[in-house]
Design a protein around this ligand. Sequence first.
Ligand SMILES: *Cc1c(COP(=O)(O)O)cnc(C)c1O
Length: 483
Amino acid sequence: MQLIFEKSVKGRRGFRFGTCDVPVKAQVPVKYARKDDAPLPEVSELDAVRHYTHLSQQNFSIDTHFYPLGSCTMKYNPKFTETIARLAGFTDLHPLLPQLASGEKLTQGALQVLYELEQWMCEITGFCAFTLQPLAGAHGELTGIMLMAAYHKAKGNTKKKYVIIPDSAHGTNPASAAVAGYETISIPSNKDGGMDLEALKSAISNEVAGLMMTVPSTYGVFESNIEEIARLIHSVDGIMYYDGANLNAVLGRFRPGDVGFDVMHINTHKTFTTPHGGGGPGAGPVGVNAKLEKFLPISRVIKKPDGTYALNYDYPDSIGYIASFYGNFALLVRAYAYMLMLGQEGLQQTTDHAVLNANYIMTKLKKHYKLCFDRLCMHETVFCAAFQAQRGVRAIDVAKFLIDQKIHPPTVYFPISVPEAIMIEPTETESKQTMDHFIQKMIEADELSKTNPLAFKEFPKTMPISRPDEVKAARDVKTSYFR
Ligand SMILES: *Cc1c(COP(=O)(O)O)cnc(C)c1O
């Protein structure tokens, strides 16, 4: 494809500035002023529109392709929630408005949305309070670990040094614990994909601050010993952290707050809709039980006896501010609208379909690909390309094959403890026909690995770039035409 600079023709214009009709007060100091013209492409509006439209068509997106990227919940986000988030009553609010004397009155609607969303999240998870402020899942984890640290500090317990994390946890869990100043202890998994309880018992000591568990784990399976694990952690006054990024696996079926967890986060951008990927935007609300409530960040939304809403900053034990203003408000509005639209029954169906779809794919593909754990899965299923690798075809080769079939590849090489992992999350929004097409293509890849394994080395054939050096592509990004 031609770059936009290569389309440049001297003197071609796509815009015209009007004459400046306001007095120019400030001049750029001479030493900062540009001496030569900026090297910009000289193109027409049409050239620019075509250039960017073509660029956008080289991407995969939910609106254009099936996107079974495990752990990321790349589901279809209804346009309805986009419309609600764009209502002027929300978008025109200035973030400093609630600080003004008259502001509280003008922001009642927005505060009500936040207040009710917190209440609903409490009901869904079994916790007693939420903060909506964290700006991503990992930020929610950090906030949760800071609450854990505040709890131990308030009790004068200075010995707490370790956070225990099973090897099936999401990669952000150990990172968040480390950023918050803890050392981590990794616990291996047993043959069913659960935590090895003997290894856990030998890691328990008075220096354990808590445990972080991703449920369902990154193996896509549900931990069946939660109550025993909670008992062990609580016996040394540790805090139980639930990574609920993928709440679409358990909505209406299971509440972490009921079985011994003390704190959790939710990824609203995964479970409660917001288009995401490529680094944002996100929202990672954190829920707590009574043990941790007084440490929650400020501000908090309260409902006054007269039924009006207000922001309250008066929490002396709070860990303080963790985000500017009130979190990613527009994402929270989307989550609110989505919950309101689906209701209790609809949210439960979301989970039922997410789990059913993943099990459908698991059942159909397990004759062709090696299953990581042969048991019912939750919202995602983890295979590995062990059979194919014996024929010289690796997980990455299957992924590149799928790109030519116009299917976004599943997550590969994660979880890292599974060699040649292929982690598939169809999500609840895909139809049986779409999944059948995907299953068919996965079977074709397996067949081709038997008849012509060398063919895979050329995939993808349909993309402008075929096989970049993935490390170099991520670390040495070329963002400028001029070097
Ligand atoms: C996506 C995810 C995270 C991280 O969330 P971000 O919003 O990307 O920071 C954490 N844990 C699990 C299980 C996830 O799937």
